[in-house]
Write a protein that binds this ligand. Structure first.
Ligand code: NAD
Length: 484
């Protein structure tokens, strides 16, 4: 296979929180993969900066262990791993004090691309941004990468935006939502805007409804206390599901540029109607014989926080008027599966005896597992016996369709970090988008808190509470099966 990897410019990437879970599990194994693929120029450097008292040798060992644990087969390439580790430095730093900053200032070069990944609690963002300037480390071209959660409501998101804006221009701020880095998500845009087939049908004349499901099998154990202050709405809907909704629903941007795409996404959020309380179903997973309940995991026997949410939303614009968007996400569900399904309308008239209403075109976009798409089409069942119709998928599973080239499919974090180095903000959330998203979710959360809404219990390993099924049944529709 001919490699199409184009090296980025030489960079210094500082990872604040470089010893943390995210850095060890995602960021550094991802960077190693890019290094192996030849995308990281030889002179580039990665500097871990965190509170732990470590020297560079100790940090390299920590990252070697992390790559071995989370890096897959790639970690067997010992020679590349050693070359990669040689590019790592470490500084013990205190985000809230002065310790370590002079050392960092001595390490970061001013004549290469500078990126600072804030992989720390959001409460430290302001301290980091300020010290990067007082110690004259950052410059007008530096980029900062910030992680979710970006606030817990509109007020806190606004405050965070203002803090960052004191020190960095919006064009320097990369708010990461790793869902946007997924190959399939970008392919969704390629399929929509690169083919003549879909765009003419992408509206309320032909689309019956759209479903977005992000189902996880894990519970909240381990981070239950944190999660209990958040819940599925804040943790998943406000960011990941809304971003997917925006990409599905947005108008074609005039070009695939950062502001053109983000302007269109923002318009979708602003056109979202408030959701009626009876169009929201909140749930909490129950205990099984082997596994604790949500309330046990959250260590809060009276918790009203949802580990599952399903809702019906409407976008008030010409394209989507009357088309419901059903969103659903939850923990401890029957399978780990994320999918967007565009369900097209019935034919107006069938010339076949077969019950045409049973057959529908469905475009399914799978984010995990087996990233890919399939289009359900109706054909004649082979063989004699008359004109019987069956539905078959036109499968576009990347691994099958692209063969060896599918190996090029990068993990979301790798792609997004390379985009930061390239200075491409298209797949990152803009400040006004994040605020608009909170502006839509805040009243819904305030509403159920005021009503003391108690989440419905659901069986772990199920598709969520019965009420979620009813949400679609009442509309004469049904959820897609959650399956691997
Ligand atoms: P973590 O608790 O594992 O690591 C925190 C890191 O911050 C450590 O390296 C620690 O040394 C450093 N740190 C803490 N206080 C510091 C200080 N005063 N000065 C300097 N460094 C300090 O956290 P994590 O799971 O790696 O998460 C990091 C950020 O990423 C958080 O904002 C989290 O919400 C977000 N995030 C994490 C994940 C994930 O999968 N872990 C996913 C999405 C978002």
């Amino acid at each position: 296979m001919v490699s199409r990897v184009i090296p980025v410019e030489t960079f210094d990437l500082v990872i604040f929180g470089g010893t943390g879970d995210l850095a060890r599990r995602k960021i550094l194994p991802g960077l190693f993969r890019r290094f192996r693929a030849g995308q990281m120029p030889a002179q580039s450097r990665i500097i871990g900066a965190a509170r732990s008292e470590l020297d560079t040798a100790g940090y390299r060992q920590m990252i070697a262990d992390a790559v071995a644990e989370f890096g897959g087969d790639e970690s067997n390439d010992k020679k590349s791993l050693q070359d990669f580790l040689d590019r790592l430095d470490y500084v013990t730093i205190d985000a809230k004090g002065e310790g370590g900053w002079a050392t960092l200032a001595g390490l970061v070069r001013q004549d290469v691309v500078q990126a600072f990944y804030f992989s720390v609690a959001p409460s430290l963002f302001g301290d980091l941004a300020e010290r990067l300037h007082t110690h004259k480390i950052a410059n007008a071209k530096s980029r900062i990468v910030v992680e979710k959660p970006f606030g817990r409501d509109l007020e806190t998101a606004r405050a965070l935006n203002q803090t960052l804006a004191t020190h960095f221009h919006e064009s320097q701020i990369y708010r990461i939502d790793h869902y946007l880095g997924k190959e399939t998500v970008q392919n969704l845009m390629a399929v929509r805007f690169g083919n003549v087939l879909f765009e003419p049908l992408w509206n309320n004349h032909y689309v019956d409804h759209i479903q977005i499901t992000v189902a996880e099998t894990v519970g909240v154990g381990g981070r239950g206390a944190y999660y209990d202050k958040s819940g599925a709405m804040r943790d998943m809907v406000q960011n990941h599901l809304m971003q997917l909704l925006c990409l599905i629903a947005m108008e074609p941007p005039s070009q695939f540029g950062a502001d053109e795409v983000r302007d269109e996404k923002l318009k979708v959020i602003r056109a979202l109607e408030p959701v009626e309380p009876h169009h929201i179903v909140r749930g909490q997973y129950d205990a099984t014989t082997d596994e604790p309940s949500y309330r046990n995991d959250a260590e809060n026997p009276r918790s009203f926080t949802e580990s599952f949410i399903a809702m019906k939303c409407h976008i008030a614009n010409w394209r989507w008027a009357g088309v419901p968007f059903y969103l659903r996400t939850g923990k401890r569900m029957k399978a780990r599966s994320s999918e967007i399904a565009v369900v097209f309308k019935d034919l107006g008239h069938s010339i076949f005896d077969d019950d045409q209403a049973r057959h529908r075109n469905i475009l399914s976009i799978r984010l995990q597992p087996n990233e890919g798409m399939d289009l359900q089409v109706t054909i004649k069942e082979p063989g004699p016996g008359g004109m019987r119709l069956i539905d078959v998928p036109l499968d576009m599973t990347f691994a099958e369709a692209l063969g060896d080239d599918a190996e090029d499919v990068t993990d979301a974090y790798e792609r997004l970090i390379m985009d930061v180095i390239r200075g491409n903000q298209t797949l990152f959330m803009r400040g006004d988008e994040v605020e608009a998203a909170w502006g839509w979710t805040d009243p819904l959360i305030v509403g159920w808190e005021a009503r003391n809404d108690v989440p419905k219990l659901y069986d772990a390993g199920s598709a969520g509470p019965e009420d979620a099924m009813m949400l679609l049944h009442r509309d004469n529709r049904k959820w897609r099966d959650i399956k691997v």
